[in-house]
Design a protein around this ligand. Sequence first.
Ligand code: PLP
Length: 396
Amino acid sequence: MNYTFSNRIASLQPSIIREILKASSGQNVIPFSAGNPAPETFPIEAIRTFTQSILEQDPVTALQYGITEGYVPLREALQQHLERNFNTGKPSDQLFIVSGAQQGIELACKVLCNEGDTIICESPSFIGSLNSFRASGAKLAGVPMEMDGMDIEKLEHALQTEPNVKMIYVIPSFQNPTGVTTSLEKRKAIYELAKKYGVMILEDNPYGELRFSGEDVPTIKSMDEEGIVIYVGSFSKILSAGLRVGFVQAPHEVVEKMVVAKQGEDVHTAMLPQILAHRFMTQYDYAGHINHIRDVYRRKATLMMENLQEHLGDAVTYTRPDGGLFLWCDLPAHVPMVDYAKTAAAQGVAVVPGNAFLVNEQDPCNAIRLNFSTPSDEQIVKGVEILGQVMRSSFS
Ligand SMILES: Cc1ncc(COP(=O)(O)O)c(C=O)c1O
């Protein structure tokens, strides 16, 4: 059969970089390339107990169709939690449950953007979102990330010059891939610019609860008086990534359209994971669990940074994240990023070359993304030592 694919999918090609990534994801490879939560943060025992009691006490709700907006008790608990902790949710907003933040991002694009409309993104940014936007036929305009968030001058320039800008996509806290947190000043500036140019903001905050140092910074959604912010969050990094429960908080009219769009995708998010998420929020030591995750990531991030200092010293510069799962490491100018990643993979350490995350992969970049949540402590120590050896033996 000669398969003829749709234009929107046929034009998406696997990049060489992503192929390198696939080739370096074997069993014995130290995974600095992944973005998975640490397995020791899964509350396995609680999930086992809750699942059993749900199936004993309320099997029909768990196994029957549900409404697209999501399990009502979960939405109520979440609404209160978000209001208390992130100061989000106005009477004009609605909260609904999606199958992971990824679906919320895809739905936001689906309901707002026509083919050819522009989405302004931080560059680098989360590959899953960039690919979803690309697949929708949207045009992406990248604005470089700085140590405190997007370059605001370049953001305004893009708003003035790009055709039909519909949305600014931002990951303001512990960004994937850089680990950067957007400053309060820049959050306000992004909000004011979106207001001025009449575009929406898609605020993606899956790591919002995973701060392990420094002070909380208000969400952009908490500033939203105009109904221009779509806020997306997730249980993936705090409960389990495999259960696929995320949420969207946005103006009623926008949520209504997203709900209709979701009906054509998966009807509703699976009920059992939603009920589990509700019990996790209301019948478990939620705050204690979050503190446990923060402790794990603080330890792993610190271990990685200490070892980077020891084995790569001043040869590289890297971000020092206050939360999340990643740091971003700039290589010396004479070390080609892709060759370095290939050599490291051959030595058993998988890292992702930074240009995989750029809006335009050809833009200048000489960095690698390092994930500290997936590898064990021993793998962090061994892996960074190997990265140092690779630098000295192949690139000095
Ligand atoms: C910035 C960002 N947004 C969204 C997602 C998707 O999360 P989920 O598992 O909730 O779909 C990820 C996953 O790693 C992410 O890093």
